[in-house]
Ligand binder design. Structure first.
Ligand code: ATP
Length: 356
């Protein structure tokens, strides 16, 4: 099912939670709504589900407007952050619920419901938990039941509101990979809300970055990460080093740095901000052209990557670099080492309409 969201807006009293939001979602896509708290992600999901009425705009499923349709008539499955399972029902009955409450005419037989529920429980690897109650399950298991329950009614659209938000990091990672696999198998058009950039980058086909009730950027994970359209997206999608300076002769100067900028800024003479991701901060043991001296102030070992905090000597500022384990071992760095640093792949923004 394709979804068109056209110029949707939503107010709560005088507060505008959604401002003219438009997104075209293709059938079978897995979309992440990513943004900080209060940016309007949940409001948008609730408007799509029909749990909240919009104040303007239109929503179309497969080209047909559903803006005024009741939630039950939208064929949408919903999974919330806090497992909204029925506590007094077994896992089996939770998953069967949506089928059992169907009007008699469309309700499957008892046998068919049983087959379907057991098939779904197998899919979420909980076939041996059918007779348990939600309180006898871990958080991750409960979310898998919630997902099985949402899938039971064969929705055309699946909406997930921070589905793994309440779980610990390891379980989150496992479940999101598994959600991706499940999605690849069923191809249900799915939209999930998250404020975790890693989660969005890891599993989504496309990411919608939201800020203040508006869309900042829509694109593939690679597009939004590598080619962010605004300082907000750059900042929100990962750690960043800022170089506030002046553009002149195709370079940005900042302290003793003279950093080459993209050709489009070759003739610009203005104050600007250069953005550099930590993995693009090069560290050398000896001075080479373009480097400035710095001192290693902290080393954080984070599994396969190593974060290095450096204090520049030319200005009173810190830089964050990121090395692979191999690079780190080759350089043999320790806290207190005097090194030379150089940024590459600078992204430039001119601060005309954003505050820094
Ligand atoms: P979070 O990540 O914290 O869940 P979000 O991006 O999902 O945030 P929303 O829940 O959509 O944001 O809320 C957007 C804004 O609308 C917030 O400022 C919130 O306070 C406001 N809001 C949401 N629902 C209501 C409501 N029922 N009444 C009044 N204001 C609301």
């Amino acid at each position: 099912m394709s979804i068109q969201i056209q110029n949707v807006s939503k107010r709560f009293g005088s507060f505008q939670a959604l401002k003219d939001v438009s997104i075209d979602i293709q059938s079978g896509e897995l979309i992440a709504l990513l943004g900080p708290s209060g940016s309007g992600k949940t409001s948008l999901l609730r408007v799509i589900a029909g749990l909240e009425a919009s104040d303007g705009g239109d929503i179309l499923f497969d080209g047909q407007t559903i803006t005024n349709r009741h939630p039950k008539e939208r064929n949408v499955g919903f999974v919330f952050q806090h497992y909204a399972l029925f506590r007094h029902m077994t896992v089996f009955n939770n998953v069967a619920y949506g089928l059992k409450v169907r009007p008699r005419k469309t309700r499957p037989s008892k046998e068919k419901i049983k087959d379907k529920v057991m098939e779904l429980l197998q899919l979420v690897k909980l076939e041996n938990f059918a007779e348990r109650y939600p309180t006898q399950l871990s958080g991750g298991q409960r979310q898998r039941v919630a997902l099985a329950r949402a899938l039971a009614v064969e929705p055309k659209v699946l909406l997930l509101d921070e589905p793994f938000g309440a779980l610990d990091a390891k379980v989150r990672k496992e479940l999101r990979r598994w959600l991706r696999k499940l999605h690849d198998e069923f191809h249900i058009t799915s939209i999930f809300v998250t404020h975790d950039q890693e989660e969005a980058l890891d599993v989504a086909d496309r990411i919608v970055v939201m800020n203040n009730g508006q869309i900042e950027q829509i694109g593939s994970p690679d597009e939004v990460y590598t080619h962010p359209k605004s300082p907000f997206v750059y900042d929100f999608l990962g750690n960043v080093n800022l170089f506030k300076g002046r553009l002149h002769n195709g370079h940005l100067t900042h302290g003793e740095f003279t950093i080459a900028v993209p050709d489009s800024y070759a003739h610009t003479q203005e104050d600007a901000v250069g953005y550099v991701r930590p993995h693009n901060i090069q560290i050398k043991k000896t001075a080479v052209s373009g480097t400035v001296p710095a001192k290693v102030s902290h080393i954080h070992l984070l599994g396969p990557i190593v974060q290095i905090e450096l204090r520049r000597k030319d200005v009173d500022e810190y830089l964050e670099a990121e090395l692979s384990k191999e690079q780190y071992h080759t350089l043999q760095l320790k806290v207190g080492d005097e090194v030379f640093v150089k940024p590459k792949e600078l992204k430039v923004f001119i601060p005309e309409d954003f505050s820094i």
